[in-house]
Design a protein around this ligand. Structure first.
Ligand code: AHR
Length: 515
């Protein structure tokens, strides 16, 4: 019977003839089982030398008419600070394994202009280099995550880069000081290559394991700076890559192992970011949610070789990947961002919360003007995307203790047979005792009435309530209408007789705080 109902609902959705009915769901909070802290690093970002992510999106140079502080655009500084970005990954991506750090130090007018071979053959003038990146991180209060070059760089080059950034004395420290930076920077997160199975060198996992051991040996800890070394991990379903690295690299040599998972339908047919039908929408949600079984399988492999869990999992690239916007520069991966992207962000963050015991960091790709961006720029204009708003609404979960929960709701199937539950939820308790609950109703045609029985241990006063929704799932912010999609105060949540009752409109994300 249930199967029949699901099939009927699926057909209804895919033909787009649904009515605005209301559906019910209940959420049970298991506050007594709350144990794992959601690392704030899960809210990390990624900034690659790709298109206008760095150049235009963050860096405009000191002489730019765009208001800036030492060359960083002021509106980008504000956006990062307001969001409280905990960590920023740089300089790539694929660019990292083509990047020679010496090109980006010293007087800017003496730095070489090269070609960005990975991304559209654009000119790279190296005006944004090591000093500019690490100073930006200090300015906005974010931790740097630097990816080293193992694809086309030598062991010595990587070793010297680490020394240049983090040593107090010696020849590299002197060179850094001559370039204007007296004290070493603190650099904890250091990647040993990126996508070494692909753009980072097309290596086999056996070969990369040895390369990792060799390069990481010389990426040394310097006085007061302990590196957290990250191995270049698998792409989505490549379990053999994870298995081989876990087998061949001892966990104590590898603080983190990365995983890349993009919500992309097919590499040959990614589809438009802004024009899509219901069928494509649900396929997107199904594909996005498939990250959970993928993560679980990688963790299961890691656990077999690392019972003491010395190596963390880092999803250091994730997000939606659509066709480039018509008229944008080919190879720059510029895409718009709609309420559908907001849904993907919320649903994926929920998954990371559920695996807080093993996932230490995640970095959405990318922070500005590339893929599922936080903001888009056009000259002196900057607009915040729906995805930015989700990250802001979810902020109370950072460093809070994840509260396990179960959701009783119907599940439909997308056109590929992937499950899509009709309600998703996540909850956590902050150090001050407040509890944050975020709910997502991914259904395009049905509102949802949610009932959450509040255990004694959960505070029973709603202290803040916000909703992100829009008339159409394809709604977006544009330079002409920058506030089409933005959070609003929400009055659809009430507490009655120990139950939190929420009336969620269709296609909406609600964030509540209880005190
Ligand atoms: O984020 C864009 C690209 O996607 C990155 O450079 C690469 O690591 C991945 O394939």
């Amino acid at each position: 019977m249930k199967k029949l109902m699901q099939a009927a609902l699926c057909a209804l959705l895919l033909t787009g003839t649904g009515t605005s009915a209301a559906r019910n769901a209940t959420v049970s909070l298991h506050a007594d089982q709350a144990r794992d802290t959601i690392s704030r690093m899960i809210y990390g970002q990624f900034a690659e030398h790709l298109g206008s992510c760095i150049y235009g999106g963050i860096w405009v140079g000191e002489d730019s008419p765009i208001p800036n502080t030492r060359g960083y655009r002021n509106d980008a500084i504000k956006a990062v600070r307001d969001l409280g970005v905990p960590v920023l990954r740089w300089p790539g991506g694929c660019f990292a394994d083509d990047y020679h750090w010496r090109d980006g130090i010293g007087p800017r007018d003496k730095r070489p202009t090269l070609i960005n071979n990975n991304w559209g053959g654009t000119k790279e003038d190296n005006s944004f280099g090591t000093h500019e990146f690490l100073d930006f991180c200090e300015l906005v209060g974010t931790e740097p995550y630097v990816s080293g070059n193992v694809g086309s760089g030598t062991v010595g080059e990587m070793a010297q880069w680490v020394e240049y950034m983090t040593s107090e004395d010696g020849p590299m420290a002197k060179e850094r000081q001559a370039n204007g930076r007296k004290e070493p920077w603190k650099v904890k997160y250091f990647g040993i290559g990126n996508e070494s199975w692909g753009c980072g060198g097309n290596m086999r996992p056996e070969y990369y394991s040895d390369i990792y051991r060799r390069y990481s040996t010389y990426a040394r800890d310097r006085a007061g700076n302990r590196l957290y070394r990250i191995a270049s991990g698998a792409s989505d379903y490549d379990y053999n890559w994870t298995e081989t690295l876990m087998k061949r690299i001892q966990p104590h040599r590898m603080d983190g192992l990365s995983l890349h998972y993009y919500t992309v339908m097919s590499w040959d047919d990614k589809g438009s970011a802004t024009q899509f039908d219901e069928r494509r929408y649900y396929e997107t949600i199904g594909k996005c949610l498939e990250i959970e079984p993928v993560i679980e399988r990688h963790i299961e492999i890691m656990d077999r070789y690392d019972r003491n869990r010395q190596t963390d999992l880092l999803v250091d690239e994730w997000g939606t990947w659509w066709d480039e916007e018509p008229g944008s520069v080919p190879g720059h991966l510029y895409q718009q961002n709609t309420m559908r992207d907001a849904m993907v962000a919320a649903l994926t963050l929920n998954v990371f919360h559920r695996h807080a015991d093993r996932i230490h960091m995640a970095n959405i790709a990318q922070v500005a003007n590339v893929l599922q961006a936080m903001w888009l720029t056009d000259g002196d204009k900057l607009i915040l995307t729906p995805t930015y708003h989700v990250f802001r609404m979810y902020a109370p979960h950072k460093d809070a203790v994840s509260i396990p929960l179960s959701v009783a709701c119907e599940t439909i199937k997308d056109a590929n047979g992937r499950p899509v539950p009709t309600l998703a939820a996540t909850a956590s308790r902050a150090a001050d005792g407040s509890v944050a609950i975020c709910l997502t109703n991914p259904m395009l045609d049905e509102n949802c009435e949610v009932d959450i029985a509040l255990p004694d241990a959960i505070p029973s006063k709603i202290s803040s309530a916000e909703i992100l929704t829009s008339a159409k799932i394809s709604d977006m912010n544009t330079f002409e209408a920058p506030e089409t999609v933005k959070p609003q105060a929400f009055d659809g949540a009430k507490i009655k007789k120990g139950h939190l009752m929420i009336k969620m409109p269709k296609a909406s994300i609600v964030a509540l705080t209880l005190r």
